[in-house]
Design a protein around this ligand. Sequence first.
Ligand code: SF4
Length: 142
Amino acid sequence: MYIISSCLAGISCRYDGKSSENQYVIELVKQGNAMPVCPELLGGLPVPRTCCEIIRNESGEQRVVSSEGQDFTREFAAGAEKTLEIARIIGATKAILKSKSPSCGCGLIYDGTFSGRLIEGNGLTAELLMKNGIEVINESDL
Ligand code: SF4
């Protein structure tokens, strides 16, 4: 069983009110092999919502902030915890998550400057799932 990013299944839950449909992921859902989850909605954020990126200070501490500087770390962390809870309930061992997102991104994320630059790193949900033994890939790896 897979956990998958809801936006990949065609649900319009992205920050800009759009989806990121992926046909392979949609088929997994239709076959009953995947559970769509949007960590940011689970964390209590609305659609549409302000664009956020992860920033790190010198000691490596990370926060999730909007382009206006508002701190949404708590909401993103709560969404990650709830996603892990769902993964455990359904016995998911794998996740296919949306690339580059501060929640779902795996391997590469935006660098926190809102300039479109990418750096190595994981979104909060991807990181938490991986720490708990769930294999995470992005839709771009399919
Ligand atoms: Fe898609 Fe994940 Fe962003 Fe939700 S949090 S819109 S599932 S990338």
